[in-house]
Design a protein around this ligand. Structure first.
Ligand SMILES: NC(=O)C1=CN([C@@H]2O[C@H](COP(=O)(O)OP(=O)(O)OC[C@H]3O[C@@H](n4cnc5c(N)ncnc54)[C@H](O)[C@@H]3O)[C@@H](O)[C@H]2O)C=CC1
Ligand SMILES: CC(=O)C(=O)O
Ligand SMILES: [Mg+2]
Length: 377
C-alpha cells in the first residue's frame, strides 16, 4: 500500500502523523511511505531522517494525496484540503466530525473511507485518543496556572498558595484521561482540586488514586454550579465518544465566577461544554475574555508540545496502520472490532451512530457500508 503523510496545516500544529521509526515499520512490511517535504520539522524530524527510514520525500501536498492509498494525518483536514479527497481513499486521523459538519459532508460526498482515531475503541478505552488526552490534560493545568497570572489576564493567583495564604481552587469536570492527568499536575502544583464525573465507579477509582488530595463530586447541575462558582481554574474534560459535547456550564455559571478566573475547555474539539465558549481559539491567539473570565479553547493543544506528542501518537497508531496496510481496509476492519468502531464514513455513508445522529444523517452500519463480502468477527 502507498501511505502518505502530508504536513499539518492547522495553526501551530507541529505534530506529524509518523515518526521515522513508524516509517521503518511500514517499509519493513513492504509498503511505500510518502512524506511531504519538511512535514516532521515541527517535531524535530528532518527530511534526511525520513529518507534514512525508507520514506520518499514529496515536495507538494497535492501529490502526496493524489498518489496515496491511505493518508495518515494528525488533525482533521481543513477546507483547503477537501479538494484532495477521492473515492476509495483511506483517511486515518483525528476527525471530530460531530463538530465538523462540512468535513463530514465532504468525506461522504467524495466516497472517502474515514477512520477517526478518537472513536477506535477497545475494552471501553480509546487507545488512539488516550496519549493526546494525557498530553492535553497535563497541559491544561500548566496553561491554566499561567493564565491565572495577572499579566496574562488572570486574577493573580498562584495555585500552590504560600504559607499563610489560600491555595488556588481547580475544578475539573470529566474525570477520564484528560481530567485525571489535569488533576495529577494540579495536585502536584499544590492546588485544591475537585473532580466531577457522571460515573460513580470512576469517582471511586479517582478516590482510590488520589486519596484525600482531591474532592470528588457526582455530576449534576447543582454540584457543577457550586464548584464552578468557587473555581479559580475550571478544566473541562467531558467526552461522550463521537458525540457533540453536552453544554454543562451555563452562561450564568460563568457569570458567577470571580473576575480573572480561567476556563480551559479541553473538550472544545467535540464542541466544548461551556455555553460561553462559542469559538475555537488558536495557539497564536489562545484566549478571549467574557464576563471577566479568561476563556482558553484551543482544539489542538498537543500541537504545542509536538515532539512529545508525535512520538506518543505514533506509538499507538502504527500497529493499526500496519493492519490496514497489510490486509486492506475491509479485512482489517472485519477482523478488528476496535478498528471497526473507528470507521466514521465509508462509501458515502455515515457509519458512526453518534455522528449520524448529531449531524442529521441516516446511520448506516459499517457492515453494510464497507464490509459487504467480509464476515465480521
Ligand atoms: N483540545 C485538545 O487539544 C484535546 C482535546 N481532547 C478532548 O478532551 C475530551 C476528553 O477526552 P478524554 O479525557 O480522553 O475522555 P474520557 O472518555 O477518558 O473521559 C471523559 C469523562 O467524561 C465523563 N462524563 C461524561 N458525561 C459527563 C457529564 N455529564 N458530567 C461529568 N462527566 C461526564 C465520563 O464519565 C468520562 O470519565 C475529548 O473531547 C477529547 O477529544 C483530547 C486531547 C486534546
Ligand atoms: C485529540 C485531538 O484533537 C488532538 O490531539 O488534537
Ligand atoms: Mg478540531
Amino acid at each position: 500500500m502507498i501511505i502518505g503523510v502530508p504536513t499539518e496545516i492547522k495553526n501551530n500544529e507541529n505534530r506529524v502523523a509518523l515518526t521515522p521509526s513508524g516509517v521503518v515499520q511500514l517499509v519493513a512490511h513492504g509498503h511505500r511511505v510518502l512524506v511531504e517535504e519538511n512535514a516532521g520539522v515541527g517535531s524535530g524530524f528532518v527530511n534526511e531522517d525520513y529518507l534514512q527510514a525508507g520514506a520518499e520525500i514529496i515536495a507538494k501536498a497535492k501529490d502526496v494525496w493524489a498518489t496515496s492509498d491511505m493518508i495518515m494525518k494528525v488533525k482533521e483536514p481543513l477546507p483547503s484540503e477537501y479538494e484532495y479527497f477521492k473515492k476509495g481513499l483511506i483517511l486515518f486521523t483525528y476527525l471530530h466530525l460531530a463538530a465538523e459538519p462540512s468535513l463530514a459532508e465532504a468525506l461522504k460526498n467524495k466516497g472517502v473511507t474515514a477512520i477517526a482515531y478518537e472513536t477506535v475503541a477497545s475494552n471501553g478505552k480509546l487507545p488512539l485518543l488516550t496519549p493526546m488526552s494525557e498530553v492535553a490534560g497535563r497541559m491544561a493545568a500548566q496553561i491554566g496556572a499561567q493564565f491565572l497570572e495577572k499579566p496574562k489576564g488572570g486574577k493573580g493567583i498562584l495555585l500552590s498558595g504560600v504559607p499563610g495564604v489560600n491555595r488556588g481552587k481547580v475544578t475539573v469536570i470529566g474525570g477520564g484521561v484528560v481530567g485525571t492527568n489535569a488533576a495529577k499536575i494540579a495536585v502536584g502544583l499544590g492546588a485544591d482540586v475537585t473532580i466531577i464525573d457522571l460515573n460513580p465507579e470512576r469517582l471511586r477509582e479517582l478516590d482510590d488514586l488520589f486519596g484525600s488530595s482531591i474532592q470528588t463530586l457526582i455530576s449534576n447541575p447543582v454540584n457543577i454550579a457550586s464548584a464552578v462558582a468557587q473555581a479559580d481554574l475550571l478544566i473541562c474534560a467531558v467526552l461522550i465518544p463521537g458525540a457533540k459535547a453536552p453544554t454543562l456550564v451555563t452562561e450564568d455559571m460563568v457569570k458567577s465566577m470571580s473576575k480573572g478566573s480561567v476556563i480551559v475547555d479541553v473538550a472544545i474539539d467535540q464542541g466544548g461544554i461551556v455555553e460561553t465558549v462559542d469559538h475555537i481559539t488558536t495557539h497564536d491567539n489562545p484566549t478571549y475574555e467574557k464576563h471577566g473570565v479568561v476563556h482558553y479553547a484551543v482544539a489542538n493543544m498537543p500541537g504545542a508540545v509536538a515532539r512529545t506528542s508525535t512520538i506518543a501518537l505514533t506509538n499507538v497508531t502504527v500497529p493499526y496502520a500496519l493492519q490496514i496496510a497489510d490486509k486492506g481496509v475491509q479485512k482489517a476492519v472485519a477482523e478488528n472490532e476496535a478498528l471497526k468502531l473507528g470507521v466514521n464514513v465509508a462509501n458515502g455513508e455515515i457509519t458512526f451512530k453518534a455522528v449520524a445522529h448529531d449531524l442529521g444523517y441516516t446511520y448506516v452500519p459499517v457492515e453494510t457500508a464497507l464490509l459487504n463480502g467480509f464476515a465480521s468477527v
